[in-house]
Design a protein around this ligand. Sequence first.
Ligand code: IMP
Ligand code: MG
Length: 192
Amino acid sequence: MTAESMKQTAATEFTNPNLSVLYSADDIKARIAELGAQITADYRGHDLVLVGVLKGSCVFMADLMRAIDLPMTIDFMSVSSYKDGTVSTGDVEILKDLSNPIRGKDVLVVEDIVDTGLTLTRLLEILGSRGARSIKLASFLDKPEPRIKKELNVDYKGFVIPNEFVVGYGLDAAGRYRNLPFIGIVKNPAEA
Ligand code: IMP
Ligand code: MG
């Protein structure tokens, strides 16, 4: 059997032996319930809109919103970060803007992961000029080690992780693995 055909048949995607589980679906479920309860308490009486940053936040967004027991709305943005090689430059292009104005609203930006913080910092600057009553940040993962924007505050975070490249639960490697119900580390990226 060739290496190429092994890739197709050796395992299902969810049991891929090249992945090691960092947070299981149960770990994630328990943590999201806590985050949702905290956000519910903090935003009671406010005009909350969750703004998901596509595509990575889609799974977190879907779970988090169902853990927030308040009247609220959602919206989405899609941005592309310009990379200089593998390093984010901090320049951000809006690929899809919000559908509705955020003037007077309490905005909670929902992200998959904060790494260097360059993308989020620029996005928060852009949203900051639109007259929202407040803007805060919820990120499923916080990877503080590579942070360039040290002053960026992650108001709500699911898990703080080591400086490893992780996939699953919305996060991808070249578009793959977003559908994994857990967070995993790709053991050998060359074999992915
Ligand atoms: P930064 O904070 O500007 O460096 O960019 C954060 C973005 O890079 C995230 O929204 C992800 O799309 C991507 N990213 C950073 N670290 C990882 C990782 O470990 N796995 C998958 N995507 C990542
Ligand atoms: Mg992202």
